[in-house]
Design a protein around this ligand. Structure first.
Ligand code: SF4
Length: 454
């Protein structure tokens, strides 16, 4: 691969590039006028951010626009509909700021900014008052969104939390400090895991991060602190040469020394993110603190939608001492139509790659949909005298009694999300209700009644 002559770049000192820098990036890396215009238009709606490490070390510019890391971070044509692009283009050319902003708001609302009912279903309360910056979906795990960690070292074009980065206050979750979290944990001793997430909490300085983590160490019932981060992929210097990198590693050691598990939930989308010296050094330093690195990413068209990419990714993770953990299905939000991969194909890719792994690396689960009622894995496809079905199972559930329960849905070559599946009419009532509020059952009754009447 041809990496960029980044000689004039000071990779190692963080600098973020956004829509204002399209021409600077374009001039440096030879982006066409059309690609620049596409980035400019799409980034009116979806967030765009990149840094020198991603630009100079991860993207293979000889393969742009097909390069998977380019697809991962740069907005491209097709992410919005032709009509949406046309409207943005016309209003932008006309310089009509008010109508442009209105169109941007409308398009964002059409892109399902909060999938899985996050704003309505998962927000916990103290008394009758909702707590900003917390989500409590599964009994044992609370998600915590510190307000200073609501950005990332670069943005993924497929991000399911894109709504948090577009500056619309109504779309943000964030907690200014952990006070309410600590009170809430005191009232919920069954919560053993706190997932600090964002954005990317590792965007914070160590001092800030410490202010969010240390109070958790005083809560005995919290046994695992998870940190969701793509920094080992997008900015490995966070663990090596950033001014407070060593302090960060001491903080990790302190969590581990408290007797808790510190789990860095690392987001690696493509093997290339593990192939640089910086990435390998960062992982080795993290692991030396006693933290455990779990790896997860969604399966995304144009980025990692083939068997070989996943097989290489999981092998590299395993070789680095990290744990391959989840392969997710891309969520139904943002440019989902652009990135979607049918479940039927996802199952083939998962099992094709899984089969190549040594036994110890077969820790990974997938393809998994993190959907409204819980995490649903597609275990495979079965042929029966009645037809083909997807075999499904709850890995995790809002309703604990559903965890581990299998069910099935009619096979579809095109369905890419749980809501696009037709459940087997014999699905138990509690599962049916959790998934679609019983709509499938009602549909069956209606069909049967029509049949009886006809
Ligand atoms: S790193 Fe995570 S939160 Fe940040 S843009 Fe990527 S997917 Fe979204």
């Amino acid at each position: 691969m041809t990496l960029l002559a980044g000689s004039s770049l000071e990779v190692g000192r963080f600098r973020a590039y956004g829509p204002r820098h399209i021409d600077e990036i374009g001039d440096r890396y030879g982006l066409s006028g059309d690609a620049r215009e596409a980035i400019r238009l799409i980034s009116l709606v979806l967030p765009f951010r990149v840094n020198d490490y991603v630009l100079s070390q991860l993207i293979d510019w000889t393969r742009v626009p097909d390069d998977p890391i380019y697809r991962l971070v740069f907005p491209q044509r097709g992410m919005l509909s032709d009509e949406q692009e046309r409207i943005l283009s016309v209003l932008s050319a006309a310089g009509d700021r008010n109508r442009l902003q209105e169109a941007v708001r409308t398009i964002r609302a059409d892109l399902n900014p909060h999938p899985s009912g996050q704003k309505e279903l998962n927000v916990p309360t103290l008394g009758d008052v909702q707590i900003p910056g917390l989500q409590h979906k599964y009994r044992e795990t609370v998600l915590y969104f510190p307000s200073q960690g609501q950005t990332c070292h670069a943005y993924c074009t497929y991000c399911f939390r894109w709504a948090q980065f577009v500056g619309d206050a109504d779309l943000r979750f964030a907690a200014p400090n952990p006070d309410q979290l600590i009170t809430y944990l005191g009232q919920h001793p069954d919560v053993s895991d706190v997932l600090i997430t964002g954005g990317d909490p590792m965007i914070m300085t160590t001092e800030r991060l410490r202010a969010h983590i240390e109070p958790l160490l005083a809560v005995d019932t919290v046994r695992t602190i998870r940190i969701g981060s793509k920094s080992p992929a997008y900015w490995p210097y966070r663990y090596t040469t950033d001014p407070d990198a060593d302090d960060l590693l001491r903080l990790f050691e302190r969590v581990v020394a408290s007797g808790r598990t510190l789990a860095l939930m690392a987001h690696y989308s493509h093997p290339r993110e593990l192939e640089t010296d910086e990435a390998r050094t960062a992982l080795a330093r993290i692991r030396r603190t006693g933290a455990v690195v779990y790896c997860q990413a969604p399966l995304i068209k144009y980025v990692n939608d083939d068997v070989d990419t996943w097989a290489r990714l999981w092998r590299l993770e395993f070789a680095a001492g990290a744990v391959p953990y989840y392969q997710f299905v891309e969520r139904d939000t943002g440019p989902h139509a652009y990135f979607r991969v049918p479940l039927a194909r996802s199952v083939e890719i998962f099992h094709g790659a899984f089969r190549t792994l040594p036994g110890l690396a077969r820790t990974v689960r997938g393809p998994v949909m993190s959907a409204t009622p819980g995490k649903v894995i597609v275990d495979g496809v079965e042929e029966t005298p009645q037809g083909r079905y997807f075999r499904l199972r709850f890995m995790q559930a809002r309703q604990p009694s559903l965890v581990g329960r299998p069910f099935r849905a009619h096979y579809s070559p095109t369905a890419a999300w749980l809501t696009e599946l037709e459940l087997d009419p014999d699905t138990p009532d509690d599962i049916m209700t959790a998934i679609d509020g019983g709509a499938s059952r009602i549909g069956r009754w209606t069909r049967e009644a029509a049949h009886v009447q006809s």
